[in-house]
Design a protein around this ligand. Structure first.
Ligand SMILES: [Zn+2]
Length: 259
């Protein structure tokens, strides 16, 4: 479903943000530590040289973590446009919620994300996102700086009445669809970085069911309203893959997400 060119109804009251969690946790390894005797594991007692050992999958793709969820079943019904609600309003309210929840998750693990631990905005073994400056220049930034820029810019947009009008008499700008697509792509990058670099900290907080459900909801909504391209989720052809692209595939196979 596309929300381009739809008329709007009076604005609904925005849902209040979900209460956040306090505290933080020490850095944890991002990769599964084998040694359980399974084939393919990089056992420390193995005679195979480390360079020839098969790299284990990241923790977020391992059972039971990959399938831990608060929401059971398919997300199709959750993302469907409710009756009598304008599609622009629906997209605006949901983006506000995704941003608020993701920002709170990041706040919980922010102490583990430093310029030393994350000198680049990584989201896969060989994928580092670049930030585009106002002059159109692409620069590599430490992940906490990159994420700070994302949070600040999205916050500014959400507070801008010309972009996210709070008043029913104030129409959405024609550029709203393209603006929210940009926001969505940036939020995806923050999810991708947390999964890639800080999933251990999410596990430490025992928040993986909550975080997985938030991300699955985010993906389902993004695909339903054409806010996310497949290349954003999986990476460009002939480019480094996005780590969470495999999670998306897995959830589609399990029927959690639609094709
Ligand atoms: Zn980080």
């Amino acid at each position: 479903m596309s929300f381009f060119g739809r008329n709007r109804n009076p604005r609904q009251i925005r849902r209040s943000p979900t209460p956040g969690r306090e505290g933080s946790s020490p850095p944890s390894p991002s990769y599964y530590e084998p040694g359980d005797g399974q084939d393919g594991g990089a056992n420390s007692n193995s005679l195979v040289p480390p360079t020839l050992q098969k790299k284990p999958p990241p923790l977020y793709l391992c059972s039971p973590f990959a399938d831990a969820a608060l929401v059971k079943g398919n997300f199709k019904t959750i993302v469907m446009l409710p009756k009598y609600v304008d599609i622009m309003e629906w997209v605006a309210v949901n983006i506000y919620d995704f941003f608020t929840n993701l920002n709170e998750f990041y706040g919980c693990i922010a102490e583990t994300c430093t310029a030393q631990s994350c000198p680049t905005m990584s989201a896969g073994p060989s994928l580092n996102y670049l930030w585009t400056t106002r002059e159109g220049k692409q620069v590599s930034l430490p992940a906490p700086t990159y994420i700070d820029y994302v949070v600040t810019s999205v916050q500014q947009l959400l507070e801008d009445e010309n972009v996210f009008p709070n008043n029913a008499n104030h129409a959405f700008h024609p550029s709203f669809p393209s603006t929210v697509k940009t926001v969505y792509r940036q939020l995806l990058r923050v999810f991708a970085h947390i999964y890639h670099a800080h999933f251990g900290a999410i596990l430490h907080l025992r928040s993986e069911p909550h975080f997985n459900s938030l991300f699955a909801h985010f993906l389902a909504f993004g695909r339903e309203y054409q806010l996310l391209e497949i290349r954003d989720i999986k990476g460009e052809v002939n480019s480094p893959t996005v780590g969470v692209g495999a999670l998306w595939e897995r959830w589609k196979e399990k029927g959690i997400l639609a094709e």
